[in-house]
Design a protein around this ligand. Structure first.
Ligand code: NAD
Length: 262
């Protein structure tokens, strides 16, 4: 018996084999879930199709999460195919290049708005459409980062979006709690992905993280996927509104000197 036997998971945000969403898809599938995928646009299909095959998924539909009609359409297709939804995974983030790095105070209104819309409001927009399909209860999760709480160089607009995403998580957990729909976020340590490559100082950040994180290892997309299994399953049935760290222990540190210099 798999922990997720009989559950259907709708996962947004696979771009390639490095995507956190892909690590989640693999782990949810390994525990018995049926996987449905939504990708940003048709350009990604060529990369994503072979991955989808690995997890027995033939439902790959495009959706730009900044477009309400596209979101309605993709949930309509999902409903026609599966009827019921158990697990929604939002693993999406976007910020214009100009909104990452440099002085935060120079950020432009349009870039600020676009980052918040793409990376935080999109969770609300997806959850709103998922709610009626979760008539038996469900689990909604998104991916956040420590920059939501503390200053991290270069994250700028994305840091603000992650703060908003975490607040959205708490508000939706309360809104949907009486329907037994749980809403949580995973705060992952730095992982080399397409999105991460857009952060100017990411390489240095990863090096620093590796040197100081208590568990002494870089987080992988599979590590995040394993926590996603917990959040998707009944093992976390009384857990909602939480930010769960999958960060090799980094966020407990008050002083971040390399271990061998202490
Ligand atoms: P990724 O580039 O593989 O995934 C980002 C996804 O967002 C892509 O699939 C992209 O197509 C999608 N996307 C962007 N704009 C979209 C739109 N308008 N409509 C639909 N899809 C859109 O990178 P990732 O690192 O796997 O990012 C996934 C999530 O994890 C993001 O929220 C990111 O902020 C978060 N996260 C990443 C790290 C890290 O270090 N990589 C750490 C913590 C949290």
């Amino acid at each position: 018996m798999g922990l997720l036997d009989g559950k259907v998971a709708f996962i947004f945000g696979v771009a390639n084999h490095r995507s956190i969403a892909w690590g989640i898809a693999k782990e949810l599938h390994a525990h018995g879930a049926t996987i449905a995928l939504s990708i940003f646009n048709e350009d990604l299909r060529r990369r994503v199709e072979p991955l989808a095959e690995e997890v027995g998924c033939d439902f790959i539909e495009t959706c730009d999460v900044n477009n309400d009609d596209a979101i309605d359409a993709v949930f309509e297709k999902f409903k026609e195919r599966y009827g019921q939804l158990d697990v929604l995974v939002h693993s999406i983030g976007f910020a214009p290049r100009e909104a990452l790095g440099g002085r935060f105070i120079d950020i432009k209104r349009e870039d600020f708005k676009l980052t918040l819309e793409s990376s935080a409001y999109s969770l609300v927009a997806l959850a709103k459409r998922a709610e009626p399909l979760m008539s038996e209860g469900g689990s909604i999760m998104s991916m956040t980062y420590y920059a939501a709480e503390k200053y991290i160089p270069d994250y700028n607009a994305m840091a603000i979006a992650k703060s908003a995403l975490e607040a959205c998580t708490r508000y939706m957990a309360v809104d949907m709690g009486h329907k037994q729909i749980r809403v949580n976020a995973i705060s992952a340590g730095p992982i080399k992905t397409l999105a991460a490559a857009g952060i100017p100082g990411f390489r240095g950040l990863l090096k620093h993280f590796d040197a100081v994180a208590p568990l002494g290892k870089t987080v992988t997309v599979e590590d995040v996927g394993k926590t996603a299994v917990y959040l998707a399953s009944d093992l976390s049935r009384m857990v909602t509104g939480e930010i769960i760290y999958v960060d090799s222990g980094y966020q407990v540190l008050g002083i971040t000197s390399p271990r061998d210099e202490m």
